[in-house]
Write a protein that binds this ligand. Sequence first.
Ligand code: THU
Length: 160
Amino acid sequence: MKKQKIEIPLEVFETVSELPIDIQELMNKAQQARENAYAPYSRFRVGAALQLSSGKIVLGNNQENAAFPSDLCAERVAVFNAGANFPNETITALAITVRSENKKISEAIAPCGACRQSLAEYEQKQKSPIEIYFMGETGEIIKVASVMDLLPLGFDAKYL
Ligand code: THU
């Protein structure tokens, strides 16, 4: 038996103003998208903004449903939107931010497991990494250089 460890390389930014200028804009767009979330049940709003290599920005926010499992997370709304409307463009970065109407969230909130799986599919499809920047309503921003950094030991098409 061998013991092994997997380390996740992260970069931590103290404030949005420390981010590269194009990512500051992307995070601002994610904040705007977050405020348009349809989240009457959880009151937990999530905004996502994808940067495409052409410079276009594609937005997503969580869309809830009275039949709870029928809802969709912000990150998947964004990436499916890009897949549907700009299927041949490369996604270069994703900014994510959350705001709860129940409590102040000052820690960086990473995408859920299902969103990591969906994002990984698009990263593999385009054969180039997608940087992910995520934060709460306030507080630090965490960056990973690739979706795969958030999904070690993931499942993908090579096993099929
Ligand atoms: N949510 C997202 O939009 N992204 C995530 O990565 C985690 C959760 C949404 C789903 C639901 O509308 C609300 O946040 C509470 O789970």
